[in-house]
Design a protein around this ligand. Structure first.
Ligand code: SF4
Length: 568
């Protein structure tokens, strides 16, 4: 022996800021289960990067075996990458793994002749065993979780699932590569629920050692990242464990956990109890973010997708957490689910909007390989794209035109609401125009589509908002302008209003002079400032660009009466 087997583990992340945990978990598997003589390194890239440069990085490691982690967001680019790599190193053994190939391993092997092996399920152990077998020149046809060809016979393996805790991926190499990006933490695998569109469920969940979870949590919090995202599918499925970890995080804030780090959890909102909500209320503002998948409020839809939800309790719990004001709340709805038509979706949307989350994400149903919705088309009849991400294009309840309408609406929702830039303006518009949020975003979404606003600047977008809503009945243009001014000053530290909101008024010059001259009488603050005159109320409004609210990302606004300043 004495020879070395070089393996490369590659992943294409969706953006630079994301760093998939999968290759690091596989590396930890290799370091734990592989024999001496097998060495591996991780190569990360993004789907938007030039593939040739990623190929060069892979080639530099002279790998003999190359594994790729496959997801819906990277499968097309990964297949191209495989072709390029294989062109450069024809002898390299190509192994694919990950959720996008785990449920269709046989199809992948038939369709992708350059791929020799597909790992299904949890990859740490199977990939390491495969490398061991290749290294020793042993039979590779009966490794659990590994599908491959044996001559003309396809050896199709079942998903590999183990009860053991996987080896920790958080090695020195991981931290060296993280460089302040979002850090992902896994403290459990699986989900006790079985939503028909999801791969994480099937009713099984297993929890890793709790002390390990705490230790890793502290390591990640001190890694230089600002966000630690728990990848646990339903973090609070085990109530006591979730409470213990929430309590641990709150207790360590400011000591073991730096003050600028926040933790993001995906939870089920309806199973939160009063004690947990009270505990969460004690968290310092911005320390904890919660993502709550609502999917729909339509009971027929929820039943069809096997989503057991106590809707009333869910709504009450979200209201309570939002009212506490210390936690960023993100909720999700999915368009295109069974029995969801435009009317029922509008109701779900308006209900979700009224809960006043910080972010309301509107996603579109994707039919993932292995999901119940994909394997039982008679129960879930719908049309979907044949290429990843397999987004639904039409259902018996929602036409393709209606889905298109929702796409435009989602664009308006993102820009107006989820951007956090128009909070006051939206409240004013909804109160004055007296239409439901669904209609407001829907109509504005169509207007934006007609205007072709893909690459529009923020200033031009604000001008469009002013133009479109300024003409609506019930809207006072001056008040609308003032709302936009307040929103702009609270969310944009340039301090310079967009041209459409500027008013040539000598009183503003006068106010600025008075602020400069008599600062102590008005405010002690000497920091950088934005200022404007309002006309719907006799005020000067100003913001100091120092501390942002960690929940809303806004600078706080102050107002002073024009009479106090004695403006001419
Ligand atoms: S959608 Fe969420 S709750 Fe449902 S099975 Fe998937 S991870 Fe679990």
């Amino acid at each position: 022996m004495g020879q070395i087997l070089n393996a490369a583990i590659c992943v294409l992340n969706s953006k630079y800021i994301h760093s998939s945990l999968a290759p690091w978990s596989l590396l930890a598997g290799i370091e734990t289960y592989c024999d001496q003589g097998i060495i591996a390194e991780v190569t990360e890239g993004t789907i938007n990067e030039d593939l040739d440069s990623i190929v060069q990085r892979i080639l530099a490691k002279r790998p003999q075996v190359i594994g790729f982690s496959c997801y819906i967001w990277n499968i097309d680019a990964t297949k191209q990458l495989v072709r390029l790599v294989k062109g450069a190193i024809p002898n390299a053994v190509i192994v694919l793994g990950g959720p996008e190939v785990s449920y269709n391993a046989a199809d992948i092997l038939r369709e992708e002749p350059l791929v020799q092996y597909v790992v299904s399920g949890e990859g740490e152990n199977p990939f390491a065993l495969l490398l061991n077998a290749i290294y020793h020149g042993e039979d590779t046809h009966n490794i659990p979780g590994v599908s491959c060809w044996m001559g003309k016979k396809l050896m199709s393996a079942r998903q590999y699932i183990t009860d053991n805790d996987p080896p920790s991926p958080y090695t020195e190499k991981y931290f060296n590569a993280l460089k302040g990006r979002i850090a992902y933490l896994e403290t459990s695998r699986g989900c006790p629920y079985s939503c028909a569109f999801c791969l994480s469920g099937f009713g099984n969940v297993r929890y890793f050692d709790l002390e390990r979870a705490k230790k890793e949590l502290l390591m990640l919090a001190n890694s230089g990242t600002q966000t630690v995202k728990l990848v646990d599918r339903t973090f609070n499925a085990n109530r006591d464990r979730a409470v213990e970890l929430f309590r641990f995080i709150i207790k360590n804030y400011g000591s073991g956990i730096p003050e600028d780090v926040c933790f993001h959890f995906e939870i089920a909102g309806d199973i939160l109890d009063e004690d947990t909500i009270s505990l969460l209320a004690t968290a310092p503002a911005g320390l904890i973010q919660l993502e709550i998948g609502l999917q729909s409020f339509n009971t027929e839809t929820l039943a069809a997708i096997n989503r057991k939800t106590n809707v009333e309790r869910l709504k009450n719990n979200i209201r309570k957490i939002v009212a506490n004001g210390n936690i960023h709340i993100h909720v999700d709805l999915i368009a295109g689910l069974p029995h969801e038509n435009l009317r029922s979706f509008a109701e779900s949307f308006n209900t979700a909007y009224d809960l006043r989350p910080n972010m309301l994400q509107l996603g579109f149903l994707k039919l993932l390989y292995g999901s119940l919705m994909r394997v039982a088309p008679e129960k879930y009849p719908c049309q979907y794209a044949c290429r990843a991400p397999y987004e639904v294009t039409e259902t018996p309840w929602l036409s393709s035109e209606e889905l298109q309408y929702l796409k435009h609406m989602e664009d308006a929702l993102q820009r107006l609401s989820n951007s956090g830039r128009f909070r006051r303006t939206l409240d004013y518009l909804l109160e004055q125009i007296r239409i439901k949020p669904f209609e407001l975003f829907g109509h504005f979404g169509e207007y934006l589509t007609a205007k072709d606003t893909n690459r529009i600047s923020l200033n031009d977008f604000i001008a469009l908002v002013f133009e479109y809503f300024g003409d609506q009945s019930g809207i006072n243009k001056m008040t609308l302008r003032d709302m936009l001014v307040c929103d702009y000053l609270a969310t944009n530290s340039s301090g310079r209003l967009p041209p459409v909101l500027q008013v040539n008024d000598p009183a503003l010059k006068c106010a600025k002079k008075k602020f400069k001259r008599d600062r102590s009488a008005i405010t002690q603050n000497k920091g950088r400032r934005g200022m404007a005159l309002l006309y719907s109320e006799p005020c000067v409004v100003y913001a100091y660009y120092q501390d942002k609210n960690p929940i809303t990302s806004e600078y706080s606004l102050s107002k002073v009466n024009k009479d106090t300043l004695d403006l001419i």
